[in-house]
Design a binder for this molecule. Structure first.
Ligand code: HEC
Ligand code: HEC
Ligand code: HEC
Length: 189
């Protein structure tokens, strides 16, 4: 059989079958692991420093207490939607969200000491990707701010293409000073 020759006989076939099984089994496993590591449970329970800080702050925020019961997960704001993107984010996220592990951050004081730097990284990433995660729930044109100031600024945002994070920083976590880098971004509009 031609096809048989083409795949190089039995060895080739075994290799191909191996790859196929690897893909079939591997992807759901990676996906499962990915889901676990980006769930609120992982973020909240595994890192006590997070529990004592960002998680608590989030739970008290407007996003953590919506009357409709739509409660965003950490990943909804912090992890890309597609799997490959999510994997890259986990590598980057190790520094960001799971600093506990790699930088030896195991007290709240240590976390607070690097917080401005991490907040800056998150903000700059949201700025760079046009606040993509926000847009997975919010449709800019459909938002109707109650107050005049909001209406005015939203009209300006649409007109000038200003992205969410430029105005809505300190959204669900404690107020954190703007870095020079992010301050320059905000000031540029
Ligand atoms: C998983 C969905 C989801 C994601 C992701 C999300 N939001 Fe929200 N957001 C909500 C819901 C639900 C509410 C509450 C709406 C309500 O009560 O009508 C809300 C409320 C808000 C509010 C009003 C309350 C407040 O805190 O002032 C702002 C502003 C807001 N979101 C901005 C953002 C921005 C900026 C991002 C990205 C960093 C974002 N949201 C990401 C679902 C989401
Ligand atoms: C130029 C600044 C600016 C940009 C950019 C911007 N907003 Fe806003 N937004 C505001 C202001 C100001 C308010 C009013 C807040 C208030 O009065 O408490 C507001 C209000 C809101 C509200 C609450 C509506 C209400 O009043 O109940 C939501 C939700 C919201 N913004 C989401 C977003 C999202 C999502 C994006 C990006 C797609 C975005 N905003 C971009 C300035 C901005
Ligand atoms: C609705 C969107 C949203 C959700 C949900 C959310 N975050 Fe954030 N997070 C942000 C934004 C925006 C920043 C950037 C800093 C800022 O302006 O607050 C941030 C920053 C952070 C930082 C950097 C430190 C800091 O204070 O800025 C950590 C760590 C973090 N988030 C962890 C979490 C964890 C853990 C969860 C789940 C319990 C979570 N976040 C849920 C929007 C979100």
């Amino acid at each position: 059989m031609r096809i048989w020759k083409w795949i190089g006989g039995l060895t080739g076939f075994a290799a191909l079958a191996g790859i196929a099984i690897g893909v079939l089994v591997g992807v759901p496993v990676i996906d499962g692991v990915d889901r676990y590591f980006s769930s609120n449970d992982f973020c909240a329970d595994s890192c006590h420093v997070m529990t004592a800080t960002v998680v608590k702050e989030f739970e008290a925020s407007a996003h953590g207490t919506t009357s409709t019961g739509v409660v965003p997960q950490c990943r909804d704001c912090h992890i890309s939607e597609n799997l490959t993107g999510a994997m890259i984010d986990h590598v980057k996220g190790t520094r960001e969200l799971y600093a506990t592990v790699i930088e030896g951050i195991d007290t709240v004081e240590e976390f607070e000491a690097i917080r401005t730097e991490i907040a800056n990284r998150v903000r700059m990433r949201m700025f760079a990707n046009d606040s993509k995660n926000c847009r997975s729930c919010h449709v800019m044109a459909a938002i109707k701010p109650e107050k005049k100031r909001g209406q005015r600024q939203h009209a300006e945002a649409i007109e000038k293409g200003i992205t969410c994070i430029v105005c809505h920083y300190d959204l669900v976590h404690k107020e954190t000073p703007l870095s020079e880098e992010f301050d320059a971004v905000v000031g540029s509009f």
